[in-house]
Design a protein around this ligand. Structure first.
Ligand SMILES: CC(C)(COP(=O)(O)OP(=O)(O)OC[C@H]1O[C@@H](n2cnc3c(N)ncnc32)[C@H](O)[C@@H]1OP(=O)(O)O)[C@@H](O)C(=O)NCCC(=O)NCCS
Length: 334
């Protein structure tokens, strides 16, 4: 299978510190083929959840080896009750009973997420047959945000004109407050660093440096201030994050426009992390790049969780799934 140069780089990075990724959708042939490709390329250990006999039969029919792949049938797993008990302990204050916990473990997204929580896997990729909400909710309930009280958001890596960018948030937080927008910006900068992309963050708006007045611009200006304060804190100040706003998209990425519209900005013209003011702008923005601009789009993947759980589009191709597994491995690396 042909992989883009970007995914080849990510696979190379994943190979340096092998992680275990659980794939809960073992009934889907695209997932099985992706598992086979990953195992053959030896960049992750794979756990597939599903019917052991039918998955083994399918691998045998295809002439594929199952080396590097473990197949678990949750209902028959000796750890089923252990995970249910752990889930009950974590969620009893939310009104979950022991019976609810046992029932919930029959949902493979919950079982897979509990494998991560119990330390039996490092990350999960699902969503080929589930909605974003069904994939993401167990992670929000069980794995939780890395920083207490902080929202988990999502990012895409967009490769346009051979240049990788981080776009955020295009898929999770529908209408972020100024504080949430600031947090999204910091988490996206950290995502960029993880993938060797310069953490030059533009807080996007339809205004550049006050060129337009509106409460929607005020939110971006406020978020910029809050994020600029955060990057001065000891935990961030050594990361080399540059952050500025309010910036229009052209001022953010085009040096000539930047020189005219924001000559004193340390980000304008060289932004690599684009923060959208809400999910409408973010979701439309990434799809414009992908569908009309011909850019490669990888994601959405979650950022700010204690361990990576990532969502596939239901139309995902095998190469998209392999790419997402590689991204999840890199996120799981410390
Ligand atoms: C992500 C999403 C599914 C969560 O919504 P939800 O399932 O209704 O979540 P709930 O409000 O029931 O919350 C469930 C738990 O997750 C937590 N949670 C919800 N959103 C969170 C976030 N962004 N960060 C961290 N935790 C979050 C809640 O605090 C709650 O925790 P608790 O049960 O321990 O108290 C929702 O934000 C959403 O639908 N976003 C848009 C997704 C979408 O349609 N994208 C389309 C483009 S791909």
């Amino acid at each position: 299978m042909t992989q883009t140069a970007f995914i080849q780089k990510i696979i190379h990075k994943a190979q340096k510190d092998i992680k275990t990724i659980v794939l809960p959708e073992g009934e889907d042939k695209r997932i099985l083929q992706a598992a086979h490709e990953v195992a053959a390329a030896k960049f992750a250990k794979i756990i597939i959840l599903g019917n052991i006999k039918s998955i083994n039969d399918y691998f045998a029919e295809q002439g594929w080896s199952t080396d590097g792949i473990e197949i678990i049938e949750p209902e028959k797993s000796p750890k089923f009750n252990k995970y249910a008990d752990l889930f009950y302990e974590l969620r009893k204050e939310k009104g979950v009973s022991k019976e609810d916990a046992l029932r919930q473990m029959n949902n493979y997204n919950y079982f897979g997420t509990m494998m991560i929580k119990a330390g039996d896997a490092d990350g999960m990729v699902s969503g080929a047959n589930h909605s974003t909400a069904d994939t993401v909710r167990p992670a929000l309930q069980i794995i939780k945000s890395k920083k207490k009280g902080r929202s988990v958001s999502s990012a895409f890596i967009i490769v346009a004109k051979d240049q990788p960018f981080v776009f955020s948030d295009c898929a999770v937080i529908i209408d972020p407050s100024a504080q949430e927008l600031a947090d999204i910006a910091i988490d996206a900068a950290e995502t960029a660093i993880q993938f060797d992309i310069a953490p030059n963050v533009a807080m996007l708006s339809f205004s550049t440096k006050g060129s337009a007045k509106h409460e929607k611009v005020d939110k971006v200006v406020e978020a910029t201030k809050l994020a600029q304060q955060q990057i001065e804190l000891p935990e961030y100040c050594h990361l080399g994050i540059k952050l500025d706003g309010d910036l229009q998209l052209d001022a953010a990425v085009d040096a000539v426009v930047a020189e005219k519209k924001a000559p004193n900005s340390n980000v304008a013209g060289q932004a690599r992390v684009l923060i959208f003011p809400d999910i409408n702008a973010g979701n439309i923005g990434y799809k414009l790049c992908q569908r009309l601009g011909g850019a490669e789009a990888y994601g959405p993947f979650l950022q700010g969780l204690n361990a990576p759980v990532n969502d596939l589009s239901r139309g995902a191709l095998v190469e998209d799934i392999v790419g997402m597994i590689a991204i999840t491995c890199v996120q799981a690396q410390k």
